[in-house]
Unconditional design. Structure first.
Length: 244
């Protein structure tokens, strides 16, 4: 696969990209200026349901691989990195596999330049949330807030409560949380609820309203809205997709 057909004069060598082929727990990709996939490691191809990297790259477009909602978010991040020429790190997001099952990933996107310092594209490194922590992601005192969220995510949790768990005042806590997760505590909690809801929805003895209530949503309408925003489809469509 010739990556540099569309990345002429890139300052990073092809050998650097190949380093990521065999790193456990890491998904890696390269995109050109048009946000098209031109390189990936085998783990990403397998995760997305392709038998080899060439088939994944042939698909090129996120919109041909993922839901519209998710593809749009990926595209916005890509354009932000390439237009600004600066990296975007600590993107905490739900990333589906080819079956539609969701897992937490921490993503870093870094612009690619030529010798004239022009942006040619970007490369991305994705790690499962668990692996990112093991590799030294600087959670620090925020980890205590995460432990509290994990135990109480179906309840109403205030930033004041979370800040108290970390020993910080509210504003420094909110700032630190945003730095680490690129989201507010509330957004993080909603994402966690939706991730857990994906499993519960496939339980035959639970209705959608049962899951919505159990996950702490005040009604099914609110649950449907948040679910579609995160997953790219309604809870009902999600159930049908996995039962077919």
């Amino acid at each position: 696969m010739e990556v540099f057909e569309s990345l002429n004069d890139c300052v990073i060598s092809e050998d650097f990209f190949r380093v990521f082929d065999d790193i456990k727990g890491v998904l890696f990709f390269v995109k050109n200026r048009q946000c098209e996939l031109i390189w990936a490691n085998p783990r990403l191809a397998e995760h997305c349901g392709f038998s080899n990297v060439e088939d994944l790259v042939h698909a090129q477009d996120d919109f041909k691989i993922h839901s519209v909602e998710m593809a749009q978010q990926y595209r916005e991040d890509d354009l932000q990195v390439m237009e600004s020429g600066t990296s975007k790190e600590g993107i905490v997001e739900l990333f589906p596999n080819y079956l539609g099952d969701l897992s937490w990933f921490v993503t870093k996107k870094i612009p690619l330049f030529n010798k004239e310092c022009e942006v040619l594209g970007l490369y991305g490194i994705m790690q499962t949330y668990e692996n990112s922590g093991k590799l030294g992601r600087p959670l620090g005192e925020i980890s205590k807030a995460l432990e509290y969220i994990k135990a109480h995510y179906t309840e109403k949790i205030s930033n004041k409560t979370l800040a108290r768990e970390t020993g910080m005042s509210v504003r420094p806590f909110e700032k630190r949380f945003k730095e680490v997760f690129n989201s507010t505590p509330h957004q993080y909690i909603i994402k966690l609820r939706i991730l857990k809801a994906c499993d519960l929805l496939l339980s035959k003895n639970k209705s959608i309203i049962d899951v919505a209530t159990e996950m702490g949503f005040y009604d099914q309408s609110a649950f449907n809205l948040h679910f579609k925003k995160q997953v790219g489809m309604t809870p009902l469509k999600y159930i049908k997709k996995h039962s077919s």
